[in-house]
Design a protein around this ligand. Sequence first.
Ligand code: PMP
Length: 408
Amino acid sequence: MELYNNIEKIREQFPALTQRVNNRELVYFDNGATAQKPVGVINLLNEMNSGVNGNIHRAVHELSARSTILYEGARDAVKLFINAGDRGEIIFTSGTTASINLVANSYTSTFINKGDIILLTEAEHHSNLVPWQMACSRSGAELRFLPVDEQGNWRMDLLDELLDKRVKLVSAAHISNVLGIINPVKQLIDKAHSAGAKVLIDGAQGIVHTEVDVKELDCDFYVFSGHKLYGPTGTGILYGKRNLLEEMVPWMGGGDMVGSVSLEKFSFAELPLKFEAGTPNFIGAAALGEAIKFVKSIDKGFAEKHEKEIISFITRELSKIDGIRMYGLGENKISLFSFNIEGIHPSDLAILLNKMGVAVRSGMMCCEPLMSRYGVTGMVRASLAVYNTMKEAEIFIESIKRGVRMLS
Ligand code: PMP
């Protein structure tokens, strides 16, 4: 297969990138929230919606058979992509949030009891916090938090002390959506396992910016969304180790997740269907397979070099701005930059950037406790993807300087 090592060729695959916003060429730097879709994904969505639309698994007719092949083919693609042991370990969900809620319900109802502890970090997205708060109020378990330092790095020096015998589960982001640091997840997983705890990794950002090998990581669960990985919204993955998924009781019942059903009782279907009650987003899931094809078509060496150049340019230029405070500093960073500029409200700056065609995120970014940790009520965040260019990075920096002049 020919690999793409040319930014123009990559961009050609993304029709959304050619649009103008507020009469300017769009600079889309909100990829941490959702990424644009390549033509392969768009075409498959169109093809299935306009033709290959038969409900999966259920019927003997041609459309159902074709949908089922595409859906199950995407499951195989995900399995290979993250190097899972078998296809039964790949559960389709509607996204990271749904995957975490599935574990927070099914795993905790089977394995977590009153007095147990679930360890998170203080930098988690609300989606990796609130489901555990809910699970604790149901089970009587308690939460404990690994702090981050001023730079945004996990306080690994505190981990041994926090990981006592009461900790049964650890759940943490591979890469925080605010800090952009690639966290030492392998170290966390190994230490948690030595202490007898299981580990869920929230890979919503990690799957996009690192190569994930769940066997090598040895995580018990790894979850991510399709829409940040150039795939459709409403798609996501829960990877879980087979032995755990086998023992977990599903939290949703319905069609497709059953073996046999009588008026009084039912038996579970085999994995993975046991956790896929009802009609899933089979068209979206199939298109997630196309998104993975796209990701695999990028020359990794090229993408890494390109990302590093942009990171060093933006870091250098941002740090020259008077009164800037950047969050998430370190060597092991992705192209995601969160910051505040003294005296300027993050949303005011984001509104001005939008007027200049530059799309960034502002606000709490679904991480209110982390905002409190830094004593702020919001930040500006620019998050880049593989299709963003150095020219866009320059426009971004110039636009910030202009915005700051207008707001000062
Ligand atoms: N965790 C992290 C680290 C994220 O960045 C996000 C999305 N911003 C989520 C969880 C939630 O993902 P989704 O909304 O796609 O379920």
